[in-house]
Design a protein around this ligand. Sequence first.
Ligand code: PMP
Length: 417
Amino acid sequence: VWHSTPFAPPDAIFALTAGYQQDSFDKKVNLGVGAYRDNDGKPFVLPVVRKAKQILASDDSLDHEYLPIAGLPSFVKATSKLIFGADSPAIKENRVVTIQTISGTGANHYGGAFLSRFYEPWLGKSKEEKIIYLSNPTWANHKSIFNSTGLTAADYPYYDPKTIGLDLVAFLDFLRKAPKQSVFLLHACAHNPTGVDPTRDQWKEIAQIFKEKEHFAFFDCAYQGFASGDLDNDAWAVRHFVEEAIPLLVCQSFAKNAGLYGERIGALNIVASHAGDSEGGADRIRSQLLILQRQEISNPPTFGARIVGLILSDEAMFEQWKGDIKTMAHRIIDMRKQLHELLVNKYKTPAPGPNGWEHVINQIGMFTFTGLNPDQCKAMVERGHIYMTSNGRISMAGLNEHNVEWVAECIDKAIRP
Ligand code: PMP
């Protein structure tokens, strides 16, 4: 009965990691996967997470019962405050609907599924007409997540390979020309894969058009804290859109900022226009999200929710977490500086764009879009044993003081004809 099942291609990122693991070269480097590593290239368990685990382990009152369908209440309440801010008008007015999800991927999936079922401008429309616009480029999984939830993924212009920066003019123009009430996915901060974020002034221009055109903002926030080292700073764009009363939802992930990759802890937040159970009210939205959750996973998992719930609700642990985030964000920023310094001053490597190697310092978050072309990326893998995707993206978290010199040398060799 499976004769017609075609062979699916392997996931590019995971295939890259497999190649890295099989490689016996002593200077090999994995710059493919977007997971934080410490200065010795090792996975990092945040000290605050270790502490939370100890507290949980010694709490005999904890059992293994099902969580409520919406998730662990203390987690659900605290996570929305983290992204919107405790003083957010949306939170004060009880307009935020939050459910715990299977990390950021699960939140994106529910976001797509919920829009497909209930986004009013799409009622009665076919899959082809339910278009979600994604930045070109975007996280590799976005397209397939949305295509699998009854939507059609399409591109909007975002990145300009000529400047290795934001193509603001084309982006704004596209927003203006798109049909009213279009749905746009926005990376809240630390854009993956480019590391190119709008400035606050640019966000304001973007928000202005959203308002005028009544577009829907589908925020994906997988790196809060990772961009600048400051949780509030990285939530600025989302909060600005809330203040401007733009219809929106936000996907959250604690994979990166709490290092809880495998625990699959995240949340989906939908902002309603008003509280209560009248038409358009938060309670109606919540009731439908609960149905969605029940159909897909019944109840969300407990462990990660308990860890994050504890960190977010204990003042001292919250402060410690902020410190841990700074440790990660600043190590990455330091690596940017070191790589830049080596390329510019030691190797004097010809840059792929008009602004020298400034983009290595200016880009934000875990990734740098180096500007290397596919052939140069291939050379990095084949000659340097440096594993990276063919679009030129490198994970800065894979760099450390022991390998940055080798990476810079290989970039130099790959670029020179
Ligand atoms: N969105 C973006 C933009 C991402 O980069 C990622 C992780 N690579 C995710 C969502 C989801 O990650 P997770 O499901 O591990 O939280």
